[in-house]
Design a protein around this ligand. Sequence first.
Ligand SMILES: Cc1cc2nc3c(=O)[nH]c(=O)nc-3n(C[C@H](O)[C@H](O)[C@H](O)COP(=O)(O)OP(=O)(O)OC[C@H]3O[C@@H](n4cnc5c(N)ncnc54)[C@H](O)[C@@H]3O)c2cc1C
Length: 378
Amino acid sequence: MKVTILTHTPDPEKTVASAARLCYSNIGPMEIMENFTDEKVTSFVQKLVESGHMSPLEHASFTFAIEGVSRTLLAQITRHRIASYSVQSLRYNNPFDKELDKQEEADEALIKAQNRAYLKGFAQSGKDLPPEAAGIEEGELAVPDKIEGEDLSHLLRGLFDAAGEVASDGLSLSFPGKFSSILSQSPFEFEQKGENLVLSGEKALDFCCFLYDGLDFSRSLYSKEKLADLCKKSPEFFDRIRKKAKEYIAERYYCVLPVEIEKNLDAIFTYISAAETCKKAYLDMVKMGVDKEDARYVLPMGTCTNLVVTMNARSLYNFFHLRCCERAQSEIRELARAMLEEVKKIAPNLFKKAGAPCEATGYCPEGTFSCGKYPVRN
Ligand SMILES: Cc1cc2nc3c(=O)[nH]c(=O)nc-3n(C[C@H](O)[C@H](O)[C@H](O)COP(=O)(O)OP(=O)(O)OC[C@H]3O[C@@H](n4cnc5c(N)ncnc54)[C@H](O)[C@@H]3O)c2cc1C
């Protein structure tokens, strides 16, 4: 998500202060504006928001560019009626244009070559091959004396999935010593321990990152159990996989990965699988000649959009009050907090009291739904 203020009322605090001062003055607005010093504006605006005299805040508006948010967020933000919106449309934009040209075929050929490398590594274990190896002759899975650079990580991942072991505590990986000629082609120095070749600590982490660096979550071959095991052993590695999954989901599905799903690897796999199905159905229909505006019905609510939003400062107060609260859904909460941070840079006095109600009052009005950060006021 990216939040930028595109434009705003010039000198918003002075504009608001002048409008409010007018209510109590017998001189004209221009004269008030000209005579207002910065100190007077600051003290006037502070008194205004503390007293709850909010209507003058409607004279200052802020226009935000909001990029990379979900359509779930769009449904929530547009419930705020005292605002103006322009939204990127899926009627006119196909988020998967790339897939409709020849680029996808080139991608598929690359993934096929990587998966062949994976199967070569897997085959060295002598174990039963995964179903994806059906139709491939045994001779085609021999490991060459010199493994091509781009194939190495996929081949090693195949070998790891079939013959690598993960120690029960900490992050430590081992392979039977008979694979030394393959492992010696990697940039990692394994330690000989008894019959095994072992990597531990930082080196093991680097090795894991190397194995999964080129992973395509939905099209590469890999053992989800092995990946889950590594993520369980190393929170640092899990963090990298989460980040990678988030970027992958944004790039391949034009979707946002919500934080609660991001915390759970199985949920990430489920989300990717659902997004893949939706994307395929969308593209199939577009290829059949169905209009984009109808084909989009199968796209997930996590699908990204970009919007421009204009709100006046009073409406923003209401928005921050409702959406900066812990009870608000995570994505719109993140957005509200980012917007608040931006407006505070421009008009710190105007937004001094803005945010979740507890931040301004020291009490929570949410009763039994309270997050517990502040005492509840019933
Ligand atoms: C935690 C949370 C959970 C929510 N869950 C749900 C849900 O389950 N279902 C659901 O439908 N919505 C839900 N909402 C949305 C919520 O009901 C509001 O629609 C949304 O927050 C917009 O608030 P608003 O009406 O104050 O904002 P705006 O529409 O911007 O209005 C601002 C203010 O103007 C005044 N106003 C605007 N229009 C009118 C009017 N027609 N008559 C009188 N006064 C008006 C009100 O004082 C209002 O507070 C939820 C919101 C939050 C924060």
